[in-house]
Design a binder for this molecule. Sequence first.
Ligand code: HEC
Length: 346
Amino acid sequence: MPSRYSVNPSLGVRVKKLGKILLAICLLLAAAITFTIGGRPFHRPRARATTNRQFERTPERLARGRYLVVGLVGCETCHTPKDWNTHGAPNLPGMELAGQLLPVPSLPGTVVASNLTPDPETGARRWSDDEIARAIREGIAHDRHTIFPMMPYNAYRTLSDEDVASIVAYVRSVAPVRNPLPPTRVDFPVNYLIRSVPQPLTTPVSGPGPQATPAERGRYLAVVGCDCHSPEDQKGPIRGLEFGGGQHLKGPWGEVTSANITSDHSGIDYYDEALFLQVMRSGYVKARKLSSILPLGEFANLTDDDLKAIFAYLRTLPPVKHRVDNSLPPTYCKLCRQKHGAGDQN
Ligand code: HEC
């Protein structure tokens, strides 16, 4: 009588063969990934140890931090639940920076923008200043997991040390909100692949100095504020299409593709400074209503001076020929390799 534990010999051989084939596939895959994007996915992400530095909460920093968080850098787009039924998607009252499960169906898994308010149990009360600063510019969460790179920490890397200190000071000053949320769970294999994204910052970062021209100041602001307008593929921003539009954005605001904001004819060559300010303040280009994913509520807080600087910078960009028209049905675009309105005209 064969024992319960014996296996059909031919099955045994087949299982062994299959095992070998699987092993070979895994090794090949590992080699391919290591070759293309490095060995990082198999290790923990690159991270520096945090220090116990504390950012003094001066009135200047609180004001600057508020200006950046509520205005340009768009933390609230993800970390504050919004009323998507109103043009401009205002914040839900009493929920500033309280976090949310992101209402974006195309994400690989459950992606939750953390509760950043100083609530002791469900928020950031116990995280150190440097843990928050590291999360913003280096993509490592307080518990050292890789932050899903939808949070634009690679763009935020360019924020100056002083601006990050101001953002942290402001975030720590908002009212605590108890808002329990599930943890982020990113599907396999994306959860491994994203580990190569975070890069530690080990040298000081300064912003534009007092001598900077409007265009130089505008560049600093546009890199952290307008990153949705640079399309990306799996390897990051697509070279040659910077600010040329093409990021596909789908969620409770509808389905749109970000616009080309360079001065090419397919972009916004017809804008002047006055029209740019009017669009950023109203959410309308003349009679055309813009999607609420453009963070109008936030950009409305920007000073005229900063908006003019951003416009001056946009005018210095090389024109990118890339037609995106959200009023037309989506068709394949060979430039950004996705489907969007007028894609077939590129
Ligand atoms: C496009 C969406 C988006 C924007 C904009 C964004 N975040 Fe996040 N943020 C997230 C998501 C999603 C996570 C959590 C991801 C994860 O756990 O993998 C996160 C995580 C964090 C964390 C880490 C929390 C932890 O557990 O340690 C901090 C701190 C943070 N964000 C602060 C900010 C600040 C400050 C800003 C603005 C300067 C900002 N974020 C802008 C989406 C965003």
